[in-house]
Design a protein around this ligand. Sequence first.
Ligand code: NDP
Length: 292
Amino acid sequence: MSKCVIIGGGPAGMNAALYLKRAGIEAIIIEKDMLGGEMLKTNKIENYLGFSEITGGDLALRMSRQIKDLGVTIIKDKVLKVTFNDKFEVQMEKESINCDYVIVATGRTPRKLNLAGEDGLLNRGISYCAVCDGAFYRGLDVAIVGGGDSALTEALYLSDLCNKVYVFVRKDLRANEILQSRVKNKDNIVVMKNVQVTKLGYGEKLSNVILDNGDSIALSGLFVAIGGVPELNFLHDLDIDMKNGYIKTNDRMESSIKGLYAVGDVRYKNFYQIITAASDGAVAALSIKEDD
Ligand code: NDP
């Protein structure tokens, strides 16, 4: 039986596993954290067909149950390197696997503001996940940086917990209209456009931020939601065609390396949604089946 290693257990990786397993190809998911990926950071999903409203955690659980029930092998480990010599070799911290195909589904990691003090203030005022950390800021004043769907989804979530929620947008909002109108209807969300955070004020914890217009705003928490970047260092030994830091694929999800596929947020494409990530996974699996 052919063997495919799927690196990353978000919706793209899990759907690839589902389709591979049903096609009679051995599917092994390697995931360093929990199955679900970025979905786990989302409190409310309203655009995944079949569910009018579901939490990211619940959707992740349903998907992971489905693939576990099918018998997909799941390994909790971190991939360090992928090499190719007749077969692919996927080297992890604890073990190594040889396989016929690799699907890269590692998603993106949150982009940082790159301000002085940002790293040291993690969990002491700086966060990259409102659903994970919002409860620590109950009743306090917080802010979000970013103007995309993630930023406004997080602002709405935090507005039910916190006293006041600022949204600092460097130019204009790019989030969808539904989110924008919900934000407008919230009394305790203040959207500030054309502003950038230039400095973090802190002692033991974050105390305030300085904006590029000179304003100082007192805050207990700053949530950074300015998109993400794929982290693909483990592919450095392979000479893969990339675009803007993302893996270039054809419409079968295959990269410039035969047998190596990329799905979901690591792939260069126009739309980054849970449903499009899941679709990428299905396409990669069906393409592998076609070639096998
Ligand atoms: P996006 O890339 O869509 O938005 C990033 C935001 O951060 C933009 O407003 C951008 O500003 C801003 N930004 C980027 N860098 C900086 C910086 N250094 N300083 C200040 N601001 C900065 O990322 P998201 O995480 O919001 O979304 C990623 C993808 O996931 C999107 O395709 C989105 O549609 C999808 N998504 C969908 C959801 C849903 O359907 N419910 C929920 C969450 C995400 P600028 O516009 O000026 O570049």
